[in-house]
Design a protein around this ligand. Structure first.
Ligand code: DQQ
Length: 581
């Protein structure tokens, strides 16, 4: 099928977009807004930024996902929650349940600040299902002296399908920040427990030890009395404190998840994830049972090169084994990128990204992620196109879906790799910089090509998610960017150009896939079958104004790309925490 628009259209619209940037940046670098402002521009309390199918409570602040689990027919999602407002503070554990990971029932807070060991905050923690089925949650409390301690709660009535009430055990805190070199205000976020061959339970706790980051290792027979192992599970001199460590086992090339409460099969690798530098990074390695330590396959001194769960706005993630479907699922928190005064005006802040199935690729080198299949129950009105050819400068408008709430899957096939530009490894140190410099308007050999989403009629506002193909010595490297710099005409917003690279075997794989979930102020993208994921928040003015949002596939590289398959669906609104029982 011939593309519906011509090369000139793309160039014209990009020029227009470029021009709009002159209008919002003065020569001395200060941001000034010269556009005639519609009275609605300041209407940031607009409900139209609220997501329709991402997890969030009806109001107030949320951050980290806590203690996710599947138990007795229900998925449980707990979360860091401020019951009193839309800024961080007064943190308790909010609680919701679901049978399908899509629609959520809101319950009362599960853990509140009402004992000396958590009076200053009930912070992040994890759930473990012990042998015999006993459920237990371990979480960080900020105590009366603002020390960080670890506490335990148990369900009051384990046969209550909603597990509404949780009882704090008398032994709290079960772990205190004691020992030389341990910073008592940097000691938090215990992991889910795993069982060792000696039958003892283990957890890791994020900590600052002698000024360095460490995942401290603790052992227990009964999950109540804990002894610190004399060495950390893993430590690194690259940073002072890791938050929210997550430690789990995976089988290379196997999408099935592994249950940490059972013996881990031979051939499994382990993943240590940690939250630092405003993003979630991870290492793949082996868990040495004899030494009780994690040994990464590769140790990179420069932490800018560490693998990332997501290259966008995604933090404090936590995974769990879903025994219903035998998979591992990861949840992460996505903050607002408007200002805190916007959040006060909106009355809410923070969402959770779509739960993703997570597994280790066949080469054992990186994790792959994909939105849980259940999210497809929201699909409606499928449109599809085959055999689109995108020449340099072409824009193909994707019509017929609700462009504010959509799921788009598109494959790009290269017609030639003769023009690929050479790869410079120094780009890996700052992929955002490279995405800014080589943005969608900069012609390349192969690429940029991808999607333009949430575009206003005249393209003054738009977000691009796109790829560029580079030739490295023996392989191809693909850059995926999610460029928010033109996502909104509102001045002063944080609008980065996120980016990540992945290796690609062009001869074998041929197609580069992109899936993007658009949910009003959320644009969540999965490139190369889930090798690079980028979560982003955008606040287009056109959205508040009830203006149109258009969506396009485009190519701006010298080589023609083919789109053998493009499918898109509108997404119906999910029942997310609207009902309370
Ligand atoms: N959020 C929690 C902490 C954690 C941080 C406090 C990460 O336990 O380290 O709300 O976002």
């Amino acid at each position: 099928m011939a593309p519906m628009s011509q090369a000139w259209a793309f160039s014209f619209l990009l020029l227009l977009a470029l021009f709009s940037s002159f209008l919002i940046c003065s020569s001395n670098g200060e941001r000034v807004f010269l556009y005639p402002q519609s009275p609605k521009v300041s209407s940031i309390v607009s409900k139209r930024y609220r997501t329709a199918y991402h997890f969030q409570p009806p109001k107030n602040w949320i951050n980290d996902p806590n203690g996710p689990m599947y138990y007795n027919g229900f998925y449980h999602e707990f979360y860091q929650y401020n019951p009193n407002g839309s800024l961080w503070g007064n943190i308790v554990w909010g609680h919701s349940v679901s049978t399908d990971l899509v629609n959520w029932i809101r319950l009362e807070a599960a853990i509140e600040r009402d004992t000396p060991s958590d009076i200053n905050g009930c912070w992040t923690g994890s759930a473990t299902i012990l042998t015999g089925g006993q459920l237990v949650i371990i979480y960080t409390g900020a105590d009366t002296e603002k020390r960080q301690v670890q506490n335990i709660v148990l369900p009051k009535n384990q046969s209550d399908p909603y597990l509404r009430e949780w009882i704090k055990v008398g032994d709290n805190p079960v772990i205190e920040p004691v020992g030389p070199g341990l910073n008592s205000s940097q000691f938090r976020d215990p992991t889910t427990g795993w069982i060792g061959p000696d039958g003892l339970w283990r957890i890791a706790v994020g900590a600052e030890l002698n000024g360095y980051s460490a995942a401290l290792l603790y052992k227990s027979k009964d999950f109540l009395t804990w002894t610190r192992v004399d060495h950390p599970l893993y430590s690194s001199k690259t940073f002072s404190m890791w938050e929210c460590p997550d430690f789990f086992a995976v089988l290379p090339g196997n999408k099935s998840g592994l249950d940490l409460s059972a013996a881990i099969p031979n051939g499994a690798k382990h993943v240590l994830k940690m939250s630092l530098d405003s993003c979630d990074k991870y290492m793949i390695g082996v868990y040495d049972l004899k030494l009780d330590t994690f040994v990464p396959d590769t140790v990179l001194e420069d932490r800018r090169l560490w693998l990332r769960i997501d290259y966008g706005n995604y933090y404090a993630s936590k995974s769990f084994f879903d025994s219903k479907k035998g998979r591992r699922i990861i949840w992460g928190w996505t903050n607002e990128t408007d200002s805190s005064s916007d959040d006060v005006a909106k009355g809410w802040a923070g969402i959770h990204a779509i739960p993703r199935t997570i597994w280790l690729g066949g080469d054992g080198k990186q994790l792959l992620q994909w939105p849980v299949q259940e999210i497809e129950s929201l699909h409606t009105g499928e449109i599809s196109h085959q055999g689109i050819e995108l020449k340099k400068g072409d824009l193909f408008e994707i019509k017929g879906t609700d462009t504010l709430q959509a799921d788009v899957e598109i494959d790009f096939e290269l017609t030639s790799n003769n023009n690929t530009d050479p790869f410079d490894p120094s780009w890996l140190l700052d992929t955002e910089k490279h995405c800014r410099e080589a943005d969608a308007s900069v012609h390349g050999g192969v690429g940029p090509f991808g999607l333009v989403v949430l575009a206003s009629d005249n393209m003054e506002e738009h977000t691009t998610v796109h790829f560029r193909v580079y030739k490295s010595q023996h392989k191809y490297m693909i850059l995926m960017c999610s460029d928010l710099r033109r996502s909104s005409l509102r001045p002063g917003l944080y609008t980065p150009a996120y980016g990540g690279f992945f290796e690609f075997d062009l001869e074998k794989e041929k197609k580069i896939s992109l899936r993007t979930l658009i949910d009003r102020s959320a644009v969540e993208s999965f490139g190369g079958g889930g090798r690079v994921c980028i979560m982003a928040r955008v606040y287009p003015v056109a959205l508040v104004d009830d203006g149109g949002a258009r969506m396009y596939a485009f190519n701006n590289g010298s080589s023609t790309v083919r789109v053998p398959q493009l499918r898109a669906w509108s997404m119906t609104r999910a029942q997310v925490n609207v009902n309370k029982v």
